[in-house]
Design a protein around this ligand. Sequence first.
Ligand code: ADP
Ligand code: ASP
Ligand code: MG
Length: 816
Amino acid sequence: MKVIKFGGSSVANPENIKKVFSIIQEKLKKHEIAIVFSAFGGVTESLLKISQLAKEGDPAYRDLLQSLEERHLDMVRQLISVQNQSTVMTYVKVRFKELEDLFHGIFLIKENSARTLDYVASFGERLSAFILSEALAGHGLKTQFLDARDVIRTNDRFGQARVDFETTNALIRSYFGKNDGIKVITGFIASTSKGETTTLGRSGSDYTASIFAGALEAEDLEIWTDVSGVLTSDPRMVYTAFTVPQLSYNEAMELSHFGAKVIFPATMQPAMKRNIPIYIKNTFEPENVGTKINGDVTKEALIKGISSISNISIVTVQGAGLIESVTGTSRVFKALAETEVNIVLISQASSEHSICLAIKTDEAYLAKEAVEKEFHYEIKSGEMEEVNLLHGFATVAVVGENMKHNPGASGRMFRALGRNNINVAAIAQGSSELNISAVIPQADLQKALNALHEAFFLSENKVLHVFLIGTGLIGQALIRMIASQQEKLQRDSMLDIQIHGLANSRYMAFHEDGFDLKNPYQLSEKDEKMNLNKFIETMEQMNFSNSVMVDCTASMDVADTYSRILEAKVGIVTPNKKANSGSMDQYLALKKIAKKRGVKFLYETNVAAGLPVINTLQDLMLSGDSVIKIEAVLSGSMNFIFSEFEKGASFSEVVKVAKEKGYTEPDPRDDLSGMDVARKILILGREAEQHLEFDSVTVEGMVPEDCVETASVDEFFEKLKAHDADFEKLREQAKAKGEKLRFMATLENGSAKVGLNSLKEEHPFSSLQGSDNMILLTTERYHDFPMIIRGPGAGADVTAAGVFADVIRIGNYTRE
Ligand code: ADP
Ligand code: ASP
Ligand code: MG
């Protein structure tokens, strides 16, 4: 069961109601629903205004009542077919006759109690829900009109009644048990045990919907309104306000308490108690996801929203009497509580000489009266001053659970207000640190909201939280690059990259606020011993919404944790080829998890370091191209060896030089075997959407058989010398044909091979010198002339740069 509620703006006119009906039809395809309606937009306001006029003895109330009746009759005419109109017309006319009598009474006795006002207001929802229930029935739905006064029981605090949940829940469940059909329910209204009509407070239909959702243990509650969810601020005041995708119940409660009218504060209670998610959706843009309110606390932004309340007065209670009597403060609050005055904000200096309260202006006089009555004797004797009232203020509040973990919110708030020359009359921060609020001049309200919005949201950088494993050459280079680009990224890309976790094979360390990258942290014995499981656990516990694990190791153990990391919604960037060159199943599984969890797994540096090979291939495939052939020189060491060999020295000598210059692995056989190239072509093949296993790659290595088993590298060189003549022969043969020897990988017709080739002079690889890599992509589109990617394909700096580019890509991706 879903409970869905449509506010007054959604049902303001027949055109809007059409949209509402199509949303309902859509929901009914998949769900059982109960529907709560507010009065037609503006009707509650009109009813209250008519009562006021009648009370003042102004006969103009009659015209207003008449036009209100006309508006309702017109709705009936437009929403209900002629043959079904008469019962509904009669219902409407009978209600308006009752209203007429009621207002006539008010006009005569010139009295308008809270009890009467609740009864008057109840007509709005009773009329709208009844008409809409009948209109839906006309569309073939089996509806059941439910006057919520029959099931919601409250006390008799008219105007803002308190719900008796025990009785209410039982009544709702029993009603739903006994009655079939789609319940179409009046929002806002309820009744006392004596049957007197009450209301739940202005805008209380949200609350009605939540009461039903709670009683029925609904799967969720949807509040449909005229904006796409809860926005960062009131869109009428701040034009740049945007939808907040998710709020915790507490955040939503706090924002609405401080004036975000989009949802009624008490709405959260019944839903929160049963952990029912609330969705705020836009009737006029139903495809927009809107806002989800649930129990989750995310750490994404410093604050979630800014709200405000207008027409506030500052009520100051002061005098020595407050200090001298221990009970002074409590007497102030007791007096105010008895008047049921709503205190928006309290601030008291530790000197306790005065208490300053922000109270809605229309209740401020009541507050003054109550406090002065309580301190009657003290005021008379001069121990206390008369209560001072100052009008013309507003409150602004910034709200978000994340302020608890991050100092600096109040600094940013008051800097923004100060810079804009806005005077702050009082400040308060809730003890739960969920809000900071300030009282400012009403005249500055819009400016203040925009200044705060700008300070917290528009200049707010996206933070990407990095956890780095592997602090070798690549890891170190990466840290240096992030440090040197940090400011530019913050300024130009609004991206703030912070490193929160660091580990090498021996130690690990974490920093809640991010390590200072300008003085790179050195892991040492004083840090915790590295434990991969614990590293991941800590990363999960830190629970940043935007995190990425960067694996700069070549470790299989780290690669084995990728699926768990992606499951935890943490992205991965890595030059480590282990995961992608394992089984095809594993390769596909990682892609699937990343997709399911909505995170990125980027590994551009798996092949040819920072050269844009994998991204290019992925883009080609995404845009509908298909790969016919890949030829690639993917080993800088092998290319160095063969392009040097051409010049005349013996093969074993060239390999030795390559090793001495650091172009090969410590054991050159690791390069000569071709295994590393095989892994790379395997990954490229998979990116080209070919189903390839490592075993199926044909590898013709360059390590002569008798050199494979030798124990030491020196011994290997000794043995290799004996093969110089064979290599010499290869060189001569190639030379005779005017060809060049190149160690390369080829992927064609679904099979991959790696080995030495003799290439014609005009082949692009023939001109390749030194340790460069080169990749030729022949595709459906790049058919006659392949796409060529060429450049240094190894080295800590170019690899780190490629890793860094992937990290930035994740930062930009998570921004949307
Ligand atoms: P409904 O008639 O659907 O109950 P309301 O008028 O009660 O709608 O509430 C929606 C209105 O709340 C929006 O049109 C918007 O002007 C106002 N509002 C105030 N603050 C916010 C906010 N932070 N986010 C969204 N809307 C807000
Ligand atoms: N109609 C009522 C009001 O205007 C209740 C609501 O709309 O939620 O206050
Ligand atoms: Mg509302």
